[in-house]
Design a protein. Sequence first.
Length: 70
Amino acid sequence: MWIEDSDRFQRPTHQSKYSPDGTYQSGRATRGMDRCSIRRDGESVVVDLDLLRRQTDDEAAWDAAFVKLD
């Protein structure tokens, strides 16, 4: 769940907090939020909803599953 006034995500079930890019900040969780596989294709962003990236499984793939929009 996005917490607007704090600019972060927070899981209501375990109260863990995450930065806007899904990086773990605090709480009971032990890793960042799962990310969908994502890539930029010209002016479009393509998201593969069937391929989740877990930080603890493959940190390089998890890092790559992020597109900064300007």
